[in-house]
Design a protein around this ligand. Structure first.
Ligand code: KE4
Length: 427
């Protein structure tokens, strides 16, 4: 597959954009392959600057649940644009999108729209600290909540030691207010809450994690978070930026029947344009300015084009959509697992709704440590072999791959044919 034009564009970009990309994971650094530059997308496919076609399993990292350039989304954005791009005043469609989110997400009575998942999570954290008057945050290793300082924290040396900065520029003093614990380990979490619970403002979790590969919650884990947060009067924040409208119509909170105090959303609710949201019961959300005293603001929050794209996307989704997505995604990943077995390559899969990951390991993957221990070389080899054959999976073993409603039987068959050859070439 020739990629001369992408290589030229990448060289140019690297001169004036850090790493040549506007978000690190796009660089392909972790899979040892320079990125291709995309010119357009349609349905399940993207087409690069050299005219190569790929079945897209990244889907802009989750937002495109309907596939690329869905007619009703494109039409909604076009007609919004004809009326002007941004006003900095309230517009009716923002209320309609908030209404849709309230209708579909069980725990939500009120919504504040922002521009990204990062903004949603950092604002939810500020709200939780204001409501409880406490500073401590508990998160989980391998979960990603955007790049706000309080979340760029590595687990301390010992399991229960306070956080250390996960990036230069994050102040020690701030990192120490975040405790990062092993995901899916209820016992460690409960011990930490017994010790610190009354100083904890919130526990934030990806209820189905997608930033250490796809990682479903283990038996009783979410229940333990809910129970301990209630008993210690800490807020439980579900970061559903990725799992929202991706694992079920009502997100992971519907799928696992757990009620969080605050929900963070993004990706699908913008349909590919920049929208994030944090949401929850009225009693909490009314604390947000200007109805309350917790400040948060944004020039382009609720932008008319972004809201039009999000509303058009959500309006196409129903419970049948998620039955179809789950069936197809399961068929794809079970097919990949079987082909790895045929090639004599140890593998395991995690799949929930329309997201999944093929891990190269002979054991079950249930947390960040077991995900880290999977074979990176084999994953990267699989990624490169599949991309060469026109199937674009997540360019990192720590990312999830996604399907859209545009991925049908033909795409699954073509992908499994490519995987049969790829895995044989790797064996
Ligand atoms: P954004 O600020 O990137 O819109 O959202 C941050 C975020 C928050 N919460 C979860 C669960 C997320 O997955 C994300 C962002 N996801 C990454 C991919 N794992 C976005 C891709 C990127 O960083 O370029």
């Amino acid at each position: 597959m020739k990629r001369e034009r992408s290589l030229e564009l990448f060289k140019e970009a690297q001169e004036i954009i850090p790493g040549g990309v506007n978000s690190p994971v796009r660089s392909g650094k972790s899979v040892g392959m320079d990125p291709f530059f995309v010119k357009r997308g349609k349905g399940a496919y993207i087409y690069d600057a050299d005219g190569n076609a790929y079945i897209d399993y990244v889907l802009s990292w989750g937002p495109l649940i309907l596939g690329h350039a869905h007619p009703s989304v494109v039409d909604a954005v076009k007609s919004a644009a004809e009326g002007g791009l941004s006003f900095g005043t309230p517009t009716e469609l923002e209320t309609r999108l908030a209404e849709k989110i309230v209708e579909l997400v069980p725990s939500v009575e009120m919504v504040r729209l922002v521009n990204s998942g990062t903004e949603a999570c950092m604002s939810a954290l500020r709200l939780a600290r204001a409501i409880t008057g406490r500073d401590m945050v508990i998160k989980f290793d391998g979960c990603y909540h955007g790049h706000a300082d309080s979340f760029l924290v590595k687990a301390g040396s010992g399991v229960a030691t306070l956080g250390i900065p996960g990036s230069p520029g994050v102040p020690e003093g701030l990192a120490r207010l975040t405790l990062s614990l092993p995901f899916n380990n209820s016992e460690t979490f409960e011990r930490a809450m017994d010790d610190l619970g009354d100083t904890v403002a919130c526990v934030i979790v990806e209820p189905v994690a997608g930033n250490m590969g796809c990682m479903p919650p283990g038996e009783g884990f979410l229940e333990s978070l809910r129970q301990r947060c209630t008993s210690h009067r800490a807020l439980l924040i579900f970061d559903e930026v990725m799992s929202g409208f991706r694992v079920a119509l009502g997100g992971a909170q519907e799928l696992y029947n757990i009620t969080p105090d605050i929900t963070c959303l993004g990706k699908v609710i913008g349909g590919g344009l920049p929208v994030g949201a944090y949401a929850g019961p009225r009693k909490y959300m009314e604390r947000i300015a200007p109805s309350g005293d917790v400040y948060q603001a944004g020039t382009l929050s609720g932008n008319p084009l972004a809201v039009a794209a999000g509303l058009a996307t959500l309006s196409e989704l129903d419970r049948e959509s998620f039955r179809i997505l789950d069936e197809r995604c399961r068929r794809l990943f079970e097919g990949l697992l079987a082909l790895a077995g045929e090639a004599g390559i140890a593998a395991s899969i995690n799949q929930v709704g329309s997201m999944g990951t093929l891990f190269f390991t002979d054991s079950e993957v249930h947390d960040f440590e077991s995900s880290s221990n999977t074979d990176t070389g084999l994953y990267n080899g699989f990624f490169r072999e599949m991309t060469q054959r026109g199937a674009y999976f997540a360019p990192s073993k720590f990312e999830a791959s996604f399907m859209s409603l545009a991925h049908g039987d033909e795409e699954i068959a073509k992908t499994l044919d490519a995987a049969r050859e790829a895995l044989r070439a790797m064996a």
